[in-house]
Design a protein around this ligand. Sequence first.
Ligand SMILES: [Zn+2]
Length: 364
Amino acid sequence: MMHGNLVCTQCTNHFSLTDKIWKCHCGALLDIEFNAEFPIDEIAKRSTSIWRYKEAIPVPDSHIISFSEGFTSLEDAFLYNIPLLIKHDYLFPTSSFKDRGASVLISKISEMGINVIVEDSSGNAGTSIAAYAAKAGIRCRIIAPSNSSKSKQNQIITYGAELELLKGDREKVATEALKEAENTYYASHSWNPFFFQGTKTIAFEISEQMGWKAPDSIIVPLGNGTLVLGVYLGFKDLQKAGIITRLPRIIAVQASECAPVYNAIEHIKNPEYNKSIAEGISVQNPVRKDQIIEAIGATEGCVYAASDNEINMALKHLYSKGYYVEPTSAVVVGALRRINPKMRGDTSVLVLTGHGLKHSFSQL
Ligand SMILES: [Zn+2]
């Protein structure tokens, strides 16, 4: 029996971790209260998967759905002559870091005995949920905008998921998914708090790979906040457990064409939203926007916005150095030269999130 609770972010409601709910009765987002533990000597003996940190993940290990994914490499490197630790977080079964969240969420869903789920995603979260649902034998329906990447649509269908394409933007798709989720379980990478209990494992890996220390900063793309909030939760778990003393500054990068968090922090009134080549993070209304702003503030971090031109230049730079990632991943490199060196600090981890092969077809 796992100790911990689902807690509402708005009212005082607490729920058991085994309740089949993904939002509070009052309609607000849920978070998870849970005491993560890190038996370091035991962890060192385990296989290199995210589940080596099982005492820090609020899902019993009797129902794990996993491809033994995770523990992606952390490389000492230079980009634009800036020293960095590059976390290769596209090295996953479906080729994106979202597998961290999918493994934990689908494990939880399997534990609860749920056999039909719905998710909305324009790409990587949908492919991850589809793959892990296939492994678990859970029926899965993914709702996506009809103009989303064809190669990702293809990947979703290949795993046997039902794909429903809707005309309109992501907000419309999210609204439809919320409607369908009233009668089923919403395996959402933005609403469902268990997804973030998976993405947080990146913090544990980085820390372990650095000798159970924290970097000065971590540079991540920002759309729905699955990585920003994951990084924040993970390093907070490590801090609470007394393993690290201070949190790394979270430096989040949005695409200039769709930068709601950047606009809010910079007090930009009536911003315009346009299509960006960083489609994976083009989210106009991230449901956890307030939490994202709070997390970045709590780490004394900051938000940058990179233009499509900068992202394209960054992609070329990455390719020329032998890195093959999708445009959404390159957003962090797009802003890299403008990031204040004091903000970066001496040790800065830059996360690459999605493989270039995901995008290859649309480039031809
Ligand atoms: Zn509530």
